[in-house]
Design a protein around this ligand. Sequence first.
Ligand code: ATP
Ligand code: MG
Length: 563
Amino acid sequence: MRSKLKEKKMAIEEKTKNFIRNFVDVDLAQKRYSYVMTRFPPEPNGYLHIGHAKSICLNFGLALDYGGKCNMRFDDTNPVKEDVEYVESIQNDVRWLGFDWADRLYYASDYFDKLYECAEKLIRSGWAYVCDLSPEQVRDYRGTLTEPGRQSPWRERTVEENLDLFRRMRAGDFDEGQKFLRAKIDMSSPNLNMRDPALYRIKKASHHRTGERWLIYPMYDYAHCISDAIEGVTHSICTLEFEDHRPLYDWVLEKLDWPAPRPRQIEFARLNLEYTLMSKRKLLQLVKENYVEGWDDPRLPTLAALRKRGVTPSAIRLFCERIGVAKKDSWIELEWLEKAIRDDLNPQVKRVMAVLEPLKVVIENFPEEGQEVIEAPYFPDNPDLMGYRPLKLSREIYIERDDFRLEPPKGYFRLAPGREVRLRWSKYIHCHEVKLNQDGEVIELRCFYSDQPTGTGAGAKNKAAIIHWVSATDSIAATVKLYDRLFSQNKPSGDLENELNSSSLKVCDQAFIEKSLAEAKTGDRFQFERLGYFLVNQEGLRPVFSRIVTLKDSWSKIQAKKN
Ligand code: ATP
Ligand code: MG
């Protein structure tokens, strides 16, 4: 019995193993490495998003599973775009996600001296040269996918001349764009990355860590492999667009005679999530041009935004685990993320009631000052788990405007004139009169209540639907914010003028919440029955609840209704 269970468990584990683990297994078995060392290498030029979370979970997860280590390394080789604000937010977000790099926090800029030394070594062994072509000329000489490139007229400079020029580049003798150091590989290579790629360029910019010390900065492709090698990284995991850069990664270490074991680059498919975008450039534009209220606007896919929205780190880890790691680019449906959030919150939070768009109901056969106290469980599936709270039924209650129709369409099973519904945890109400204002809008319903159904429900065999409600006298006024998808297109191209969802934030400022929520504190989470999971924020004296995620499929139901 035991072994069967174990077998089953192992089979599941095998299934969830990603292809990268298979590589690691083979490498360890073949003794290419005796340990596992990974790294998470963000460029500090923006906030981390859920795509980065995939990479973080993968890199730190591998290290954990194999008893190895994962370094945190900032790839800070481009001083123009980088900022300490991002360095701080990134560390904060990785920690929040639940991962720890201990004392192994590194910066590519820590290696600037070593990188410079390596560049001189390449020059001395004839694998790099200083080129004077302008950026336009470089493009022209590079050739295309179908045509080979042409050799730079500066390709045959002597080692002495190259060394002298490179040192003078460093000393500031030349302007930006006047000269650059490039690898001497093969201008006719079918891989454009191998056509004498740039290794160092002049940038007279101040760096957030090295200040004014450097006037030349290494290119990403050159700095990355050496940084990995310096740190003893075994598996350098990156996204698919770097697949064509792998020959250069290997070339640099080979030409430097880097001792074995050298790191091995493995590419995986980046996460694309429907109805949102991951490009930091686009996210920056959304923030800078005020389409959203900052990097942590709850509609963004950044980790700061997800945190502010009330999503837990364990939900994000669950999501990353479920989507797995593949070698082919694809778009993941938003439903995957939403499901992970629900599955994570479901066993943790209390169920309560709130009415977002209230419609007043007067129960005429209810005594004027009377009230009935109902002990309602916070967690109906297992009431003992979270206990009970009193709900007070009163003569006047609020129900959701959407739970009533003057002229119910076919298939509408909730309240309508002459029909009945059941109040959650309470009795049946039967609507016998509707009050309208001068504009013909429904402003009040007059109902009778009863312990037993009268058989005027609209469901199967006249079974009454159950709706949520709050007492008009035993509730609290609140503001509720409903966040929706940021883009209206499922695969947005990034056209902010035309693709943004204009109703991605709806504010319900007339909402009422049940009295028990008077105790709720900022940061608490609840499920509002039938409406979704919500996070509490106190803004001034008024409680604000913002929706973390809807309940299953409620969005598609609303869509279907609109159509
Ligand atoms: P962008 O292209 O938006 O600027 P980036 O890839 O340049 O993003 P980095 O800061 O370089 O961002 O990313 C750090 C790590 O996170 C890299 O290893 C990168 O491959 C990984 N990463 C970035 N975006 C995603 C994504 N959408 N899915 C999976 N991994 C990602
Ligand atoms: Mg990058």
